[in-house]
Each structure stands twice: as structure tokens, then as C-alpha cells.
Design a protein around this ligand. Structure first.
Ligand SMILES: [Zn+2]
Length: 269
């Protein structure tokens, strides 16, 4: 069984402040250790659940050379391999070869979610809102659509409670979720301590892989229209010249194509 782990930092137990997720800050070194050990818990659970090949892809923009490179290599479980990419949604090779399941670890809720710890939609891109064929989504939706492009189902989402309910709303009740904290605000939460959170994640990963059909691969639909409302006018000013992209008001564009993946590539890269 081939399993891709897609991970982010904001939904990890013990992480609640921006300084823990920003490369170069004193608290970042603690944050990346907490992050790495939650990944290891997922890897252990995946192995126990039958995975024979596990590839971890870090999707956290920590800044500078730390972007998509927050895992501590020295402390990573030797039973996985890991990818450091340059752009979000750039690494698709493992999915293209055929992947049985994806596990999303450390997720946060989409921009504008009350009680979503560090809620946002793609760090550094100024997204206010993002819709796939009229459906409001966050990063779980983006990663799920990426996996779904190659028919890979998402079977587990971990993070704060807001991220878990966002996952269940999008992917259905068959999704296994593990909430490791309850957001109280953007930078505040009631948390399950990391040691116990890792046990829950390990167990969740194992359980999730016991039924590969529990969740259908996510497909936003064909044809596909991706709409992005930005926080300001800069991106729409540039993107209006792209083929397949239309600026529909000062801060909003739509990208239209036959499939989600084509519509995404048209404006994102
Ligand atoms: Zn992140």
C-alpha cells in the first residue's frame, strides 16, 4: 500500500503562535520538532495500517529556505521518505504513479474561520476566499483536489477542531479526523499535549487505512471554475492577462477549464 502524507504546521499540538511556524524565530526550532514528531506518529500508524511506501510532503511556508522544509531530517522516522518542493502543489509524481491513500496532518481551517487557529488559505498569496465550482474551500480542499486528480482518496485529517469539521464537511462522514486542539482564537487554543496527540494520530492513521473506500477521491467537478477573491488588487492586475483567467471585479478572478487541475495550473503557477 502506497500512502502520501501531506502536512502543515499550524494544526500541530503545541503550536499556537506565529513565532513557532516562522523560520528564523527563536520558537521555530521548537515548532518544527513538534511538527516532525506528529509526522512520525502518522508514519508509524500508516505502517501499522499496512503501508509499504510512505512519502511525506511538507506544505508549510515557513519563509526563506525553511519553506516546505520545516521537518527536522535528523528526527524523521526512517520508514518514510520526504519531499521538499519549491512551489505548493508542484510535487505530483507519487500521486501520478498511483497512490492508495492520503493522510493530512497538522491542518488549519480556511481563511475567515472563527476559532480556527492561525486560519488562512495559502500563506503569502493574499487569498481572502477560494471557491471550486461555487464551493468555499481552504487548503484541505486544494490538497484533496490535487490527490483526487489522480484518484487518491483522503482518509485522515488532523489539526484543530475547525480544520477537522472543515474536512468532514467537504469529504463526508467516512473521513477519519483527529482533533488535537480546540481553537479559542487565532493565536489561542485548548490543547491535548503533544505526547497524547501523537498516540491519537498514530491510532487514527492506522484506523483510517483499514478501509480505503471510506472516502471517495475528491473531484470538484467538470468543467471546473476556480474563483479567488484576493485581499487586494495586485494579483488580479497581473492574472487578467492569463489565458483562461478573467478578472471579474477589482479583487476577484475566475479561472475556467475542463478539469480542476487545468484550472488550477492556469492561474497558480
Ligand atoms: Zn502552514
Amino acid at each position: 500500500m502506497r500512502v502520501q502524507v501531506i502536512s502543515d504546521m499550524e494544526g500541530v499540538s503545541g503550536i499556537v503562535k506565529g513565532e513557532q511556524t516562522t523560520g528564523g524565530e527563536a520558537l521555530y526550532e521548537e515548532g518544527r520538532k513538534l511538527y516532525t514528531h506528529e509526522i512520525n506518529a502518522a508514519v508509524r500508524g500508516a505502517k501499522a495500517g499496512g503501508a509499504s511506501e510512505i512519502v511525506v510532503m511538507d506544505c508549510h511556508g515557513a519563509g526563506k529556505g525553511w519553506t516546505f522544509n520545516s521537518l527536522v531530517p535528523e528526527e524523521l522516522d526512517p520508514d518514510c521518505e520526504y519531499v521538499v518542493q519549491e512551489e505548493w502543489t508542484e510535487y505530483t509524481e507519487f500521486l501520478e504513479r498511483g497512490c492508495d491513500a492520503a493522510l493530512f496532518i497538522g491542518m488549519h481551517a480556511r481563511a475567515g474561520t472563527q476559532a480556527g487557529v492561525m486560519n488562512h488559505t495559502i500563506f503569502g498569496r493574499d487569498f481572502q476566499n477560494l471557491w471550486f465550482n461555487g464551493r468555499l474551500v481552504g487548503e484541505t480542499g486544494i490538497n484533496a483536489a490535487l490527490c483526487g486528480t489522480w484518484h487518491c482518496p483522503v482518509l485522515l485529517v488532523t489539526g484543530d477542531e475547525a480544520a477537522c469539521s472543515e474536512g468532514r464537511e467537504l469529504l463526508g462522514a467516512g473521513l477519519t479526523t483527529v482533533a488535537v486542539k480546540q481553537g479559542l482564537g487565532v493565536f489561542s487554543a485548548r490543547m491535548i499535549p503533544p505526547v497524547r496527540a501523537r498516540e491519537l494520530i498514530e491510532d487514527g492513521a492506522k484506523r483510517a487505512l483499514s478501509d480505503l473506500k471510506a472516502v471517495a477521491p475528491y473531484d470538484p467537478g467538470t468543467p471546473c471554475e476556480i474563483k479567488v477573491e484576493y485581499k487586494n488588487t495586485a494579483a488580479p492586475d497581473k492574472l487578467r492577462f492569463r489565458a483562461g483567467v478573467e478578472r471579474i471585479d477589482d479583487r476577484t478572478i475566475v479561472s475556467r477549464a475542463d478539469t480542476w487541475w487545468e484550472a488550477w495550473q492556469q492561474f497558480y503557477f
